[in-house]
Design a binder for this molecule. Sequence first.
Ligand code: UDP
Ligand code: MG
Length: 314
Amino acid sequence: MLISAVLPCYNEEKVIKLTYNELSKALSGITDDYEMIFVDDGSRDGTLDVIKEFSANDSHVRYISFSRNFGKESAMLAGMRFSSGKFTVIMDSDLQHPPELIGEMLIYGLEGYDQVIAQRDRTGDRKLGSFFAKTYYKIVDRLTDVELTDGIGDFRMLSRKALDSLLTMNEYNRFSKGLFSWIGFKEKIISYKNRSRAAGESKWSFASLVRYGIDGILSFNNKPLRFCIFTGAIAIIVSLLYLVFLLIGIIFKGIDLPGYFTTIFTISLFGGVQLFSIGIIGEYVGRIYYEVKRRPHYIVSEDNFDNAGSSLKR
Ligand code: UDP
Ligand code: MG
């Protein structure tokens, strides 16, 4: 198998047919030795039926269907595990990732690049959205140990070597953007013009973006924990200085009672700092809790792979 394309799909019945058509056109123009792996992430609409229809008429089509919605990260993981290609392309199923790019990606892949990454520009994005995204990337880049770049997402071609390295990481909380960058290897970035989704709607709400943002910061480092230590240390130093200051006042002027403002101020400030720090620690503890349970990332309800090992199906 030369190329495996992995497409996570969640409620994409409106667009999946278009994607299938364009993708098969692009791939069959390159080689006949390809497969398309559709991962149905527990769609509630007719997505799976449409995919089954493709597979009935086209032997290049493989599919995996989850028992419920497990999220795009899990869907990508399943697709990568099932992929048998020498090169694996990961792409969205809403045509925001143009299939025409695969040819160019393959050229670089054959040249020896292990990750060929497609970077989109931000044409047509909402101004406010792209402002937030850019700021987010700047902050995350500063906060984490891995490098993240604006406009670079999951759309990329991975060599077998890169894919196998990704699959050695079995963490429950997966943050692919970070994992891709963490494994390293020779990278080539090619750029393409941003596209809006061909039909259907985005699954991202503002709340889920914020959650994803926090994931990104927490999955790749322990700097937030260090932040707790630093604020704690600064608070101790400042309060010691203040204590000395008060003590000197008492020695020279005697005890004067009024101190309502300072008392309330100190209690609320430190109450805030403590809650914030406990929150950060709690986030890590929660992640540890999920990691130690070692639950599978997804559960497959059906698929059309005949001889996939049962370990893949979890
Ligand atoms: N997706 C998925 N599971 C989910 C949410 C999304 O597999 O729980 C898929 C979705 O079908 C699409 C891709 O992830 O192929 C990107 O989703 P979407 O287009 O909604 O995100 P956006 O492009 O707006 O960032
Ligand atoms: Mg999209």
